[in-house]
Design a protein around this ligand. Sequence first.
Ligand code: ATP
Ligand code: MG
Length: 269
Amino acid sequence: MSLTHRIEPGSKVSLDDIDPGETGPYRGKDDPRVQRQLAEDVERLKALQERLYAEGKRALLVVLQAMDAGGKDGTLRHVVGPLDSRSVHVVAFKAPSDEERGHDFLWRVHAHAPRKGEITVFNRSHYEDVLVARVMKLVPKELWRRRYEHINAFERLLADEGTRVIKFFLHISKGEQKRRLEERLADPEKRWKFDPGDLPVRAKWAEFRKAYERALSECSTEWAPWHVVPADNKWYRNLAVARALVETLEDMDPKFPKPAFDPRSVVIP
Ligand code: ATP
Ligand code: MG
């Protein structure tokens, strides 16, 4: 049972049609099925990760995008944190450095794509180059409007070479963002997370919404689908992402390699 909204390739996304407060079949955080389901899925993920690593032939790239306070860090902590650190990497993309800006927008991203056997999670990604770059007018329109096609081709290349790509947009409401930002301000132990620079971005909520809808519509493909995750409830968001990752890895079905020797013929002296 899928808890996310997988975007059909070629469909036009309207985020207004997806309720960020959705909780699927669950009554609430205290529903006893919630903790059980998350614990089970995290265990499944660990087992699948082990098989992917042992097989060593394919990789998984997970893209996480959200507005500020959308829950990327919490998702990483709860869903990715428990995995084996040998073969999972998290890469956070900040505003590009001078050197990075000296290259095409995919240059810095490609370098961090996962190697075979591994899982890499992008905390922000090349999508910033059609989101913040577009809305904040960091690059001219002639440039960003061609990028959707380049992104699809890039992700196609990864897929052709053995990397599964799955992309999550953590969908929160503007009211929930306000609540979370206020909480950061009010709590001395969370205040360090408050970034006044998030406010000019919040002021452009509607433009970001439009830019997200365009990116989700143009770049949800058979080989690299977008999933919209209702994310006003942190517990539901974690469940939904874990579930989608389990489904993806189960579909990949990595296999332990056959030994190159006959194990029965080996005697340990
Ligand atoms: P936190 O939850 O810790 O604030 P964050 O992902 O918001 O996490 P920050 O260091 O606050 O991390 O923000 C990174 C900033 O870098 C974001 O404002 C993002 O829009 C910006 N950024 C990322 N990629 C690009 C890009 N390609 N071009 C321009 N800005 C970018
Ligand atoms: Mg930030």
